[in-house]
Ligand binder design. Structure first.
Ligand SMILES: *Cc1c(COP(=O)(O)O)cnc(C)c1O
Length: 409
């Protein structure tokens, strides 16, 4: 009998019951516009204020006014980067430093700014996905406006040394932004202790609703607005507030952080360790990607030689398993993930990637089902693979396979 195992929590997470219950009254009874003066407007306003306080508390921000609600993580990243370099605080400085393994919300914002005349440096990462701090020190100048480096990577789970990065940025008068969309609710974060000037987060990555996020902006930093209009969110993200979303974000971040975090991390890490051990023991010619120690507790990322990630995902789906791959033909891209390329995996091998990301709602039974089925599917695909010969990968055939691959498009 098929189970259903959702193991793609880095893509999104199921909304929790407590978040849903917290949101409900603001979708039904208290639908007022928070700018309206009558009671249901005031109730909505009060709920937004409370949600903002919860987000500020979870990050150890000094003041709730440092939290700007946005329409999700991508919007928070865009506001931080574009808003900063175009804003008053940059004082005309234009240089941006980021890394090669950022989410596209950061990478493509930087590429767009490059076309507008902002010089951008894309830092290399090592084989485990850590940004090169020596390279950061060598490229940063007093003309660097912004350093933007993600807290934890969405494909391989590697956690960056945020404090070390912020210290280097600050020593040169640059501001430090971090895309913490994968990190919030999954590892401890403290904007003051870590020297973070701006931080992006998104509710749906920690059991909140989709389409709502926030940007922490340290007091004193003046950004150029993302959207002009009614002046909501201190004029930075105009538009009638997504009240229910903000309430959901507040509830989700309260549930996911504080005293609940350590226990959840321990539980999820134990499941992930079992999964990684099971797969590495059962399947030869497998690479475990990312930092084996300093990583998100729920992220298990592999590359299996001699198979294609897309076929793997489709066959796992038939077994009721949701996972993901960095080699996304379906998204129209010929190249394997930019993250797997940046950590130095050979092109042919990087096509066989699998990311399984666990959450608090997964169980040991889920993990055993994952191990059993991933093993079966990899064996099946290898048996059909032209580059799998006599029980091992035949690298001389790999370039032929890759040529085939291109011909399909
Ligand atoms: C999911 C994700 C985003 C985008 O967040 P959305 O709320 O989906 O816009 C940005 N950065 C990282 C690292 C992510 O994992």
């Amino acid at each position: 009998m098929n189970r259903f195992v959702y193991a793609d929590n880095a893509a999104t997470t199921p909304m929790s019951e407590s978040v849903f219950e917290a949101m409900k009254p603001f979708l039904t009874e208290f639908y007022g516009n928070p700018s309206s003066l009558y009671r249901i407007g005031r109730e909505a306003r009060r709920a937004v204020t409370e949600a903002r306080m919860k987000v500020a508390r979870a990050l150890n921000a000094k003041d709730p006014s440092e939290i700007i609600f946005t329409g999700g993580g991508s919007q928070a990243d865009n506001l931080a980067i574009r808003g900063y370099v175009k804003g008053r605080s940059a004082r005309g400085k234009k240089h941006i430093i980021t890394s090669k393994i950022e989410h596209h919300a950061v990478l493509y914002t930087c590429e767009a700014l490059e076309k507008e005349g902002y010089p951008v440096t894309y830092l290399d990462v090592d084989a485990q996905g850590h940004v090169d701090l020596e390279q950061l020190k060598s490229v940063i100048t007093d003309q660097t406006a912004l350093v933007t480096i993600m807290a934890a990577n969405n494909e391989i789970g590697t956690i960056q040394n945020l404090k070390a990065i912020s210290e280097i940025a600050h020593a040169h008068g640059a501001v430090f932004h971090t895309d913490a969309v994968q990190a919030v609710g999954h590892m401890p974060l403290d904007v003051q202790e870590m020297g973070i000037d701006m931080l992006s987060l998104s509710a749906h990555k920690f059991r909140g609703p989709k389409g709502i996020g926030a940007l922490y902006v340290r007091r004193g930093i003046a950004l150029e607005p993302l959207v002009y209009g009614g002046g909501q969110e201190r004029g930075l993200a105009s538009g009638t507030e997504n009240v229910a979303g903000m309430v959901g974000l507040g509830q989700a971040i309260e549930d996911a952080t504080g005293e609940h975090l350590a226990e959840k991390m321990g539980y999820v890490k134990k499941l992930t360790d079992r999964l990684v051990r099971g797969i590495m023991d059962a399947i030869p010619y497998t690479h475990y990607t990312g930092d084996p120690v300093n990583r998100l507790p729920g992220t298990a990322s592999f590359v299996f030689e001699a198979i294609e990630g897309e076929g793997l995902i489709l066959r796992l789906d038939l077994a009721g398993i949701c996972g993901s791959t960095g080699s996304a033909c379906s998204t129209g891209s010929l190249d394997p993930s930019h993250v797997l390329m940046a950590i130095g995996l050979p092109h042919e091998i990087a096509h066989g990637s699998l990311r399984l990301t666990l959450g608090e709602q997964n169980t040991e039974e889920d993990v055993d089902y994952l191990i059993e089925n991933v093993t079966k599917v990899v064996e099946t695909l290898r048996a059909m693979s032209p580059v799998w010969v006599d029980g091992k990968p035949d690298l001389t055939a790999a370039s032929d396979l890759h040529d085939d691959h291109h011909h399909h498009h």
